[in-house]
Design a protein around this ligand. Sequence first.
Ligand code: NAD
Length: 278
Amino acid sequence: MQGFAGKVAVVTGAGSGIGQALAIELGRSGAHVAISDIDTEGLAATEERLIAIGARVKADRLDVTEREAFSAYADSVVAHFDKVNQIYNNAGIAYTGDVEMTDFKDIERVVDVDYWGVVNGTMLFLPHLIASGDGHVINISSVFGLLGMPGQAAYCSAKFAVRGFTESLSLEMAIAGHPVKVTSVHPGGIKTAIARNMTTADGLDKVTLAKDFDTQMAKLSPEKAAHIILDGVRRRKARVLVGSDAKTLDIAVRVAASGLQRFLPRVLARANHPMPRQ
Ligand SMILES: NC(=O)c1ccc[n+]([C@@H]2O[C@H](COP(=O)([O-])OP(=O)(O)OC[C@H]3O[C@@H](n4cnc5c(N)ncnc54)[C@H](O)[C@@H]3O)[C@@H](O)[C@H]2O)c1
């Protein structure tokens, strides 16, 4: 894809799924890539593929919730590549369970990774992105950052917060006249390991839920998702919807607005809503 040659791109959660596909497509497009993950095995696989492509790559174990380590990492990326143009705050986890079945720590864990991980990456790299003269923050939210869903209060909280943070930052950069574009990304169902990696409330059948996600909800390959995201980045879009499911939901939210709260409970048949399976 054009427009990425010579750019330095940081991708968190690059050991699997969308992050891995983003890193590889960026490498193919001539970008220099700083990849990180807590999963060192997956990270090594991504690094190997980037080396085979001939891309310049720096691979590090990084937990996006560890702010001090993230700060040192930002310095090390700049020292290594001399500049940073783009950060893809992609690392994320999922959790399923109704609020009544959920502990505080379940919500805190999701918000720590999915929201604070994004805030950490954005704020720690922002001075470097501004200094580059051609910066871009790309934050991965979700369709669940557009619409609340039963069983997804923790994940929706984090993904709505990512959207609010990202849209606010976008306006701030424009008003300040900083050379930094900001993009909020909202994928629908993508065929990755996210549901297999998720945690659930006690009593839920995680294997069945993950299977339902893989077979019924996950529509696009991570490669296709990465292509759509990078095309949006190249076109400097403020919001990228990934997949026809995301586009349909976005329209439904805008057209039906609060009417969805009356309408959805009837549509989301209780059978499809995750309930404890004893
Ligand atoms: N797959 C989907 O349908 C979908 C839909 C909407 C949004 N998303 C979002 O896309 C992003 C990527 O998810 P994916 O679908 O590729 O899932 P995935 O599970 O395949 O990949 C997520 C990666 O993040 C890493 N990670 C988890 N916690 C981390 C931490 N604390 N620090 C660093 N890395 C960490 C994991 O090790 C994994 O490699 C996530 O933010 C997810 O919420 C996914």
